[in-house]
Write a protein that binds this ligand. Structure first.
Ligand code: ADP
Length: 520
């Protein structure tokens, strides 16, 4: 009898050991342990109840021997008794009473219940309940064996939770790498790519999945280097030295589509416990925008110094001429020179205004001062001013008879009109008609300015609204301009909730700029 008992005990323990090491799901492991526990004492049914650390309630993890409907009753009972550290004992007792009542209400003839706690260190993480028919004498030996089954179950739960945490942590790290705004790449010790994040994929034009397993040099193809060496040369020169710093390589890189971008890559070696390099983590930064900004700064300085110098030297020249006390200038000449000085001073003011606007935009302190406006009135005032400045161009203004009020910033919208009109004049050097046409649409009004000038070549069209962009043509070099006008006009119109665009005229030379604004 005793031998028989021992043999059975061994068989069960072996079965549980096998289940634990077989990489089964937690649910399957618990079911095997529960079945072994119930069978071992010839019980009829059992359940495993686990405390869920996230919602602090007990749930039935698995059951054995009950019809399905009984589980809903168990779940209902457990929901009513949430976990509470202060009253652990009372709650466990209540759960025990409730579980027994539910078991007895089935027609399985269950009379007895044996609770086995699942402990992780000091804390209770769940319970196994085994149900019996009739009056069964639990001998202490059997109970201690059953408790050892329960301990195995507790270990399985603990491992499963650790594993879950590990996976969650790994996914979290993976997500961080993936979401990082910087490019991130991980290489193995043979310089093969094992991780390639989305930012890097966007930067380099390589599909991330396609890079995995490729050699570093197949993807990172430098056109030219700004630093002394690339990764391969550095490795050949003994990088990384013990406790040596990161390696930074900077230069022009060929993307997958052969376009060239400026990049900086910082390689950090990861060493194993024996100090050998196991992986390399590379942080990749796109410097193209930074370089463009640098270029822009340079353009800014040259444009501004040129644009400021011209009116200042004209003003100085004319003022100096007028000032000469030996000359006795006739009044018409004096008048003409003073007008030139006034015009140039106006130009300086416009230029400075534009610069201030641009820096307000950049600083985010650009605010509109709104009032109700009549666009035809603003157009009339602006054309009046320009008509006096040219005798080669004719302005033709057309508005429908009734034109609605719009809400807008008068000074800023005047600035937009001045810009479009002065461009229409500047970029039609032969002169001609400048047609200004107002229209009323659904909820928008539009205004178009059509010239018969040099037009805008297709390949340069995308640059028109960029800061400091002046098209590369003979006329741009001859005329004054900062390349700020259209950049600001676009910002102003968009701040009003409108849009601005342009088209080269279909069957005749020249360009038409149009903007729309919402009605008041
Ligand atoms: P600016 O006139 O001060 O150079 P803008 O921002 O107003 O700056 O215009 C940017 C560039 O767009 C100009 O340098 C010019 O090359 C081009 N452009 C603007 N308006 C016209 C136009 N009506 N016709 C042809 N080219 C134009």
């Amino acid at each position: 009898m005793l031998v028989d008992y021992r043999v059975r005990q061994r068989e069960y323990l072996l079965a549980i050991g096998r289940a634990l090491s077989a990489e089964l799901s937690l649910h399957d492991v618990l079911r095997i342990i529960l079945q072994a526990t119930v069978d071992f004492i010839s019980g009829r049914a059992g359940i495993v109840v686990l405390a869920d650390p996230t919602d602090r309630t007990f749930h039935v993890a698995t059951g054995y021997g009950f019809p399905r409907s009984v589980y809903t009753q168990f779940e209902g009972l457990l929901r009513r008794l949430p976990y509470d550290d202060e009253a652990e004992r009372e709650i466990i007792q209540e759960i025990g009473v409730g579980v027994k009542r539910i078991a007895q209400s089935t027609n399985l003839g269950l009379t007895q219940v044996l609770p086995l706690p699942l402990l992780s260190g000091e804390s209770l993480i769940g319970l196994i309940y085994v149900f019996q028919v009739g009056r069964y004498q639990f001998n202490p030996d059997a109970i201690s064996l059953l408790q050892s089954f329960a301990d195995q179950a507790a270990i399985a739960v603990k491992n499963a939770r650790l594993y879950e945490r590990l996976i969650a942590e790994r996914n979290r790290l993976g997500a961080i790498l993936e979401q990082s705004a910087d490019g991130v790449m991980i290489l193995d010790s043979h310089l093969r790519i094992t991780v390639f994040n989305r930012a890097l994929s966007v930067m380099t034009g390589w599909d991330a999945a396609a890079t995995i397993g490729l050699a570093h040099d197949d993807v990172i193809r430098w056109k030219s280097l700004k630093t002394e060496m690339d990764l391969r040369v550095a490795l050949a020169n003994g990088w990384p030295l013990p406790n040596a710093a990161h390696l930074t390589v900077e230069g022009e890189l060929r993307r997958r589509d052969e376009k060239v971008i400026s990049l900086s890559i910082t390689y950090a070696p990861m060493l194993d416990s024996r100090g050998r390099m196991s992986d390399i983590i590379a942080n990749v930064r796109n410097l193209t925008r930074y370089r463009e900004e640098q270029e822009l700064q340079k353009t800014f300085v040259s444009v501004i110094s040129h644009e400021l110098k011209t009116p200042v030297s004209i003003i100085k020249g004319y003022a100096g001429t007028l000032k000469r006390y030996d000359a006795n200038w006739p009044p018409e000449i004096q008048q003409e020179y003073l007008e030139v000085i006034e015009d140039e001073a106006d130009r300086l003011t416009d230029l400075i205004d534009n610069l201030l606007e641009a820096s307000r935009l950049q600083a985010g302190t650009f605010k509109l001062e709104m009032s109700e406006l009549l666009l035809p009135g603003l157009v009339a005032a602006a054309t009046r001013k320009f008509t006096t400045q040219t005798d080669k161009h004719q302005f033709q203004v057309r508005f429908p008879e009734t034109f609605p009020l719009i809400k807008g910033d008068e000074r800023r919208l005047t600035q937009v009109l001045n810009n479009l009109f002065s461009n229409a004049i500047k970029y039609s050097p032969e002169g001609g008609l400048i047609e200004i046409h107002g229209e009323v649409n659904d909820r928008y009004v539009t205004l178009s300015v059509r010239d018969s000038g040099i037009g805008i070549p297709e390949h340069q069209q995308h640059r028109i609204f960029q800061k400091f962009s002046r098209l590369d043509n003979a006329l741009s070099r001859k005329t004054e301009g900062t390349g700020l006008g259209l950049f600001l006009s676009k910002a102003i119109i968009e701040a009003h909730g409108g849009q601005i665009w342009f088209e080269n005229n279909a069957n005749s030379p020249g360009t038409t700029f149009t903007f729309c604004l919402p009605m008041a």
